[in-house]
Ligand binder design. Structure first.
Ligand code: ZN
Length: 457
């Protein structure tokens, strides 16, 4: 307001700003400011846009949207740069305390430096250990309160502090910082234009920025992976079935669906919670195979087959490389498309400077910006983690399979079997009166998927 006053008093020749957005927080006043300045023949120059003309101000509202988006992007870039330098961009998470008095090479104060708070770190490790051991969250909360451990906010522990809703991504069991990774852009803020209240909206994981900060690690990758497997409702949801009485019960058997009869090829299901029997034999008597094998025996054999594959099977690296090569090809194609869209935007901008109808150009530029943004998002989604050496891959896979076995959690085990187990065929041993041979076929093509699910959470 003082600037406009000074302009009206004739004390200003030119206004110079970093960007047009610096002249007004909301940008909706910019048109008014421009109008006053133009009337008094005061030019506006900015570092980003050059000399500001009517075109920039936008006789149409769409042009404002263009700048507004640009401004948001710039703020984000600033925060992203801080995170990439290893500094926290947000408040201090439970388990850490801020380090004060750190100065950079130029003697300026550096905010966002963190160190581990060992007492809180103990609590975090306890929560992970208990959850992996199969303790339910209300029980974990109860235990912490019973031991008189103060919650992060100083009061009593509540469920959300351990693990909130999947959408909100809150709680100790969901914070990847504990594996030594800083994450930026998990959510964005929208402001209600009427009440001016802030609201946090979660971003898809593909838009997150992760930076390694090994000195902040509190738990191991294996612990993180085990928790992710336990906490995957979509994959691990037990299958529902209806009982003859019309009750919905959950199928709690880890291997149902994978067991086949070696004589008729039909499926075998668990009878009376003891042995897997051929369904054709049980219900229609069309198969003579009356033998069955107990579930614990089959579980042991299945995990043994997985460990044998992990120990002495062929290298995983080639399959992982093929799996990610397809994604890399797509990435290259997308990068080319992105470059093309960007140079089209550039050419349109130049055309507008030469006098092409700004209304048309603006619309086209917004379209192109949208497609650049879409491509950027997809590029992040497709980004494969760099492949470690073969022994490391094997160790990660073995760790994950062990966590699943130890978890004793049926949905978790089923989720893994979906990726790694093809079928188990049980055939009566011909020259004996009882017993079946167990032929386990693993799903070799499932390893890259499984590796990705344990390394990206
Ligand atoms: Zn059969």
């Amino acid at each position: 307001m003082r600037l406009v006053k000074a302009v009206k008093a004739g004390r200003v020749d030119v206004v110079v700003a970093e960007g047009l957005d610096r002249l007004s927080r909301t940008l909706k006043d910019i048109a008014g400011i421009y109008e006053s300045l133009d009337y008094h023949q005061v030019m506006i120059w900015t570092a980003h846009e050059g000399r500001i003309s009517e075109l920039h101000i936008g006789l149409k509202g769409t042009m404002n949207a263009l700048f507004l988006r640009d401004m948001k992007a710039r703020v984000k870039r600033g925060q992203k740069a801080r995170v990439e330098a290893g500094y926290a961009a947000s408040s201090c998470a439970y388990g850490y305390r801020p380090v004060r008095g750190v100065v950079d090479a130029k003697g300026r104060n550096v905010n966002g430096v963190r160190e581990i708070d060992e007492a809180a770190a103990q609590v975090i490790r306890r929560v992970y250990d208990e959850y992996i051991a199969g303790r339910k969250i209300p029980k974990i909360v109860e235990g912490l309160n019973a031991d008189g451990i103060p919650a992060p906010n100083g009061g009593l522990w509540k469920r959300n502090a351990i693990m909130g809703g999947a959408k909100k991504q809150e709680g100790i069991l969901r914070n990847e910082i504990y594996t030594g990774k800083l994450i930026f852009n998990r959510s964005h803020v929208v402001r209600d234009p009427i009440t001016n209240r802030k609201k946090y909206v979660a971003n898809p994981e593909s838009q997150w920025t992760k930076v390694e900060v090994p000195h902040l690690r509190i738990i191991s990758d294996a612990q993180w992976a085990a928790v992710r497997l336990l906490d995957s409702p979509k994959q691990g949801a037990p299958r529902k079935r209806k009982t003859p009485e019309g009750l919905t019960v959950y199928n709690q058997h880890a291997l149902t669906g994978w067991i086949k009869c070696g004589w008729c090829g039909g499926s075998k299901s668990l009878a009376n919670d003891t042995r897997y029997l051929c369904s054709n034999h049980r219900y229609t008597k069309t198969c003579a195979n009356s033998r069955g094998t107990k579930e614990p025996v089959l579980m042991t054999r299945t995990f043994a087959a997985l460990y044998r594959r992990l120990e002495s099977g062929p290298d995983f690296t080639p399959a992982l490389e093929r799996f990610f090569a397809r994604e890399n090809q797509r990435r290259e194609q997308l990068t080319t498309e992105q470059d093309e869209a960007r140079s089209k935007i550039q050419r349109l901008m130049e055309a507008v400077e030469r006098g092409v109808d700004p209304a048309y150009a603006t619309e086209r530029i917004l379209e192109l910006q949208d497609s650049v943004e879409r491509i950027r998002t997809e590029l992040q989604t497709a980004l494969p983690a760099p492949l470690p050496e073969e022994p490391m891959i094997r160790a990660q896979l073995t760790n994950a399979v062990q966590s699943v076995e130890l978890s004793k959690d049926v949905p978790t085990q089923r989720a893994m079997f979906k990726q790694l187990l093809s079928e188990i065929v049980l055939t009566p041993i011909p020259d004996k009166h009882q017993g079946e041979t167990v032929a386990i076929t693993l799903r070799e093509e499932g390893w890259p998927e499984f590796w990705r699910s344990i390394t990206t959470g």
